[in-house]
Ligand binder design. Structure first.
Ligand SMILES: Nc1ncnc2c1ncn2[C@@H]1O[C@H](COP(=O)(O)OP(=O)(O)OP(=O)(O)O)[C@@H](O)[C@H]1O
Ligand SMILES: [Mg+2]
Length: 144
């Protein structure tokens, strides 16, 4: 049975080093601690989030509720979401993105149900996020 309650959350910000991966780690940890099944998709070529998961597993700190996937394109992310939806293999998909405002990231925005963005206490952060919001508002709505 497909999982109609599947929630896809992408961490996005056009500003690099603003806390996307840190926020993703916190949300993923909270979801797993709450007993929810999570698929982590790291779309940043630096692979920081995927490496975090691998290191946790190697240290015996992994969870059967958490799996990770590396992907090579927006199309591959789309296909992975469809697979998880059809097989009901997760409750949440968290997608970490690179902070470059690339076409790649815009494609991810279209696939996500929710976009989360870290905001720190500086005047430049809210200003950058207003620009992010304008981009996201122009994007087509998710298919599901
Ligand atoms: N809330 C926070 N308070 C203090 N430091 C933070 C906070 N969130 C993130 N950091 C620190 O800021 C740095 C950048 O964080 P992070 O790697 O999460 O950003 P990012 O947006 O994913 O970066 P990139 O664009 O390179 O992917 C890290 O050293 C992280 O520890
Ligand atoms: Mg990052």
């Amino acid at each position: 049975m497909p999982n109609d309650n599947l929630v896809v959350i992408a961490a996005m910000a056009r500003k690099g080093g603003s806390g996307k991966t840190t926020l993703s780690r916190a949300l993923i940890s909270a979801a797993v601690a709450a007993g929810r099944r999570v698929l982590l998709i790291d779309t940043d070529s630096t692979g920081v989030l995927g490496t975090w998961h691998k290191r946790a597993e190697a240290a015996g700190l992994g969870s059967p509720l958490l799996r990770s996937a590396s992907v090579e394109s927006v199309g591959a992310v789309d296909r992975r979401i469809e697979q998880v939806y059809a097989a009901d293999s997760a409750d949440f998909i968290f997608i970490d993105t690179a902070g470059v405002g690339a076409e790649w990231s815009d494609g991810i925005a279209v696939l996500a149900d929710h976009i989360v963005t870290p905001v720190m206490l500086s005047t430049s952060d809210p200003r950058c996020r207003r620009a992010d919001r304008r981009v996201v508002r122009k994007a087509p709505r998710p298919r599901r």
